[in-house]
Design a protein around this ligand. Structure first.
Ligand SMILES: Nc1ncnc2c1ncn2[C@@H]1O[C@H](COP(=O)(O)OP(=O)(O)O)[C@@H](O)[C@H]1O
Ligand SMILES: [Mg+2]
Length: 341
């Protein structure tokens, strides 16, 4: 379905007062928006949905004061912090990065598989990891890879969404969330970790924000050994030393080198039947892609493949050769868009 189809369905079910279908379509639209990288829109829609449901609940017949009500209320507060609870089947194979980083991450995973060994020798377990680097270079992907490799459930928490909405509740809810994650043996993924630093610049309540940061520091300090926190930021400079020091491992996921671009291209086209006509063409594309993020390079290649596919005469022997004129044009445009941004 396209964006317009969702809107049409939402209008239809809304006017028909068909609550059940309406909720279903809105939820699907949220997932769709997330998949198509309209993260902010997805978040906004989600909070509209939650707000709507909440006011229905309070208007409804729920008996306030009953234990059942309190449990529900409790869950809802934590759920507000969680964008997604997921399992992943990504593995190291999906991530393009330097050998050093791969080794660091592999040891990180090994530590968790070997907690007992470490305990026996009274050695601390590394369980707080920070990914930093420009957008589109694999911070989220690397977190999914770790969740997959560790075979653990992951709570995705967007700090950007939390701090701007209900600051006053945040400390309390974060504490609850950590407790629950520990209890359920889940990874906590704190995306947009820099939001913690950012809010201090604005006119928001200074004291509240300090409290949130202190809560995080405490939660980090008393984190049980088998728990795991992964944080991600593309603005390291927003974070002060007290926060940064808490991490056992800080991993810089940077823009790809030429070699890494090649690897990404290979991995990207591997599953399609498409190939480059000559090594020379491939090298030209790699050269043009320099300075761009993994995400943008990959997106351009996939778009070029799709366009080649639609332009092709299926019977010709060239059908599965990527049209590099299209690809180069796309790359140039992305680069221009980046530089004017
Ligand atoms: N290092 C990488 N290796 C392979 N693919 C990558 C890498 N970085 C980004 N990608 C591709 O770009 C997409 C978006 O990257 P993402 O992890 O969301 O970036 P970030 O969280 O750093 O902004 C990924 O889902 C993946 O398809
Ligand atoms: Mg990300």
């Amino acid at each position: 379905m396209s964006q317009f189809d969702y809107i049409k369905e939402i209008a239809k079910y809304g006017l028909e007062n068909d609550q059940e279908h309406l909720l279903k379509v809105i939820n699907e639209f949220i997932s769709y928006s997330r998949k198509t990288k309209k993260t902010n829109f997805a978040l906004q829609l989600q909070s509209i949905l939650k707000e709507g449901l909440r006011s229905q609940h309070t208007k409804g017949l729920t008996k306030t004061g009953s234990t059942k009500y309190f449990i529900k209320e409790d869950d809802r507060e934590i759920n507000e912090l969680i964008i997604e609870k997921l399992t992943s089947d990504y593995s190291f194979d999906n991530l393009v990065c330097s050998e050093e980083i791969k080794t660091d991450l592999e040891y990180f995973v090994k530590e968790h598989h070997g907690i007992e060994v470490l305990n026996k020798f009274d050695l601390p377990v590394s369980n707080k990891l920070l990914f930093y680097g420009p957008s589109g270079c694999g911070k989220t992907l690397a977190s999914y890879v770790l969740a997959g490799e560790l075979d653990k459930m992951m709570y995705v928490v967007n700090l950007g969404a939390i701090v701007s909405s209900k600051l006053g509740e945040t400390s309390k809810n974060l504490a609850k969330l950590f407790k629950r994650a520990t209890h359920e043996d889940c990874i906590i993924f704190l995306d947009e970790f820099d939001s913690l630093g950012k809010v201090r610049d604005y006119s928001q309540d200074h004291g509240e924000m300090k409290r949130v940061v202190n809560t995080i520091l405490q939660l980090f300090d008393y984190l049980p050994q088998n728990s795991l926190i992964i944080a991600a930021t593309n603005q390291m400079n927003m974070l002060d030393d007290a926060l940064l020091r808490r991490f056992d491992l800080k991993v810089n996921l940077d823009l790809p080198t030429k070699q890494q671009i090649k690897e990404l291209i290979e991995k990207t086209i591997e599953k399609t039947q498409f190939r480059f006509k000559t090594t020379k063409e491939l090298n030209e594309v790699v050269a043009l892609s320099q300075g761009m993020s993994y995400y943008l390079v990959q997106k351009s290649i996939l778009t070029a493949i799709k366009r080649t596919l639609f332009n092709n005469d299926k019977t010709s022997s060239n059908s599965f050769l990527i049209d590099t004129t299209i690809l180069k044009e796309l790359l140039k445009r992305e680069k221009q868009a980046e530089s004017t941004f």
